[in-house]
Design a protein around this ligand. Structure first.
Ligand code: PLP
Length: 429
């Protein structure tokens, strides 16, 4: 694992200058004093740079970018991407409401997810989404019925399960036939030709998404080969597919991973599509993590240092409810001191939260020189951080700040404890 002497994953926007960690030009010590901790901090420039890496990746080609909202659904983050002309990939009616509230364009929004309800489908059709990515034949019937009630034709794209191994953590692998996602390849043709009988549907494309934190090209190319095969077969049976959606999933560097850059991924995908004679087809992509992951960090204060016979613990004021990835996937994220000390009292610390679960840790065996009251930053926390936060242990969720040059904007207030139980009632006896 890298030491803090390595280039940090969020560099150059998140880096130490003169002994102090800054996001762009803003010292984190100042943000902690102004807004308290735990605090999520994002760099606008880092988000924009990661977004440009996608949008500049294949000049002159018909590639449409649909940011996967679930990675970080804060309105200010969605607005940054909407302003860059991005569309969105949503997985719930709640995310649709967020996209609309942030000024996103429904006509550039695709609706994925295995369990869309009638109400969610109706809301998406009323908003005028680009398409619904459909995950079963039963869902096709459901969408047809809801569209009929609204008197519209629903644009649909079928999400195929290509049965490829994304070679990532099992909890974030979605393209294996044992996963709940997508329509098995063997049933795809029947599902597509069945659409002809459903009067309130309009087939617009084909989709797949094989998983997250993918660090190699191979699984994408395997999935694309399956999709190409299906496009040929389905079009041979008389159903035209306007666009091809290859989902998201590109990984980022948390430790020493070296995922392909968006330009490399797109070059490989487009070459393969060209070779198959499908290079003119509009291509949709749904990146989430790779857009925001390294653009954010979680700032936290050391509350208590304690040692057991075997271990040293740094108990911090952020916990698994704020950042779930370590507890959920045993994910490794770099943890650095905001003002690194000289190392004279460095120890291997387990950095843990105060939640009553032994799985509540943010990092294990990290060499740090700490005192109580020091600030730490958990890096690469821009994706699947705040978006997965909960109120477990009646802990209010953190505040969020978006840094832009030398300015820092509070984009989400710290949650208030009273608000956590405002909707609750004591039952009469
Ligand atoms: C989660 C998800 C994505 C984004 O995945 P990342 O790994 O964050 O890029 C894209 N498409 C669908 C359908 C998803 O569920």
């Amino acid at each position: 694992m890298p030491s803090s002497l390595h280039m940090l994953p969020g560099a150059p926007w998140i880096a130490h200058h003169e002994g102090e960690l800054k996001v762009e030009q803003v010292p984190l010590q100042r943000l902690a004093a102004a807004h308290g901790t735990p605090l999520y901090v994002y760099s606008r420039a880092a988000i924009e740079a990661a977004a440009s890496a996608w949008s500049d990746a294949a000049p002159g080609r018909d590639v449409a970018l649909r940011y996967a909202v679930k990675a970080n659904s804060s309105l200010a983050v969605l607005r940054v991407l909407a302003e860059l002309g991005w569309g969105f990939d949503i997985v719930s009616g709640g995310e649709l409401a967020r996209v609309l509230a942030a000024g996103g364009d429904a006509a550039k929004t695709v609706f994925s997810g295995v369990g869309k309800t009638d109400a969610e489908i109706a809301a998406a059709l009323r908003a005028g989404v680009q398409c619904l990515n459909v995950e079963s034949e039963s869902e096709l019937q459901r969408i047809d019925r809801v569209a009929g009630q609204l008197g519209v034709r629903a644009p649909v794209s079928l999400r195929i399960n290509p049965d490829v191994d994304a070679r990532t953590h099992p909890y974030i692998s979605t393209g294996l036939r044992s996963n709940k996602f997508g329509i098995p390849q063997a049933l795809a043709r029947r599902a597509y030709t069945g659409c002809a009988q459903l009067q309130h549907l309009r087939v617009v494309g084909i989709a797949c998404h094989i998983g997250s934190q993918i660090t190699e090209l191979g699984p994408y190319l395997d999935a694309l080969d399956r999709v190409v095969e299906l496009v040929r077969d389905i079009e041979h049976h008389g159903v035209a597919l306007a666009h091809i959606d290859l989902g998201g999933g590109l990984g980022i560097r948390y430790a020493d991973e070296a995922p392909p850059r968006p330009a490399e991924l797109l070059a490989a995908l487009l070459a393969r599509l060209d070779a198959a004679g499908l290079g003119q087809r509009p291509l949709l992509l749904e990146p989430g993590r790779s857009v925001v992951g390294n653009a954010g960090l979680l700032l936290t204060e050391v509350v208590t240092l304690k040692s057991s016979i075997e271990r040293h613990f740094a108990v911090v004021d952020a916990a698994m409810n704020d950042l779930m990835r370590p507890a959920l996937y045993e994910a490794w994220q770099d943890i650095v001191a905001v003002r690194p000390r000289d190392g004279a009292q460095a120890r291997q610390y387990d950095v843990v939260g105060a939640v009553c679960e032994s799985g509540d840790w943010l990092g294990r065996e990290r060499l740090l020189d700490l005192r109580e009251g020091d600030l730490l930053a958990v890096l690469s926390a821009g994706a699947y951080g705040m978006a997965m936060a909960s109120n477990y242990n009646t802990r209010p969720r953190a505040a969020e700040v978006l840094v832009d040059g030398d300015r820092a904007h509070l984009i989400r207030e710290r949650e208030d404890v009273a608000a956590l139980f405002a909707g609750e009632r004591i039952a009469p006896r």
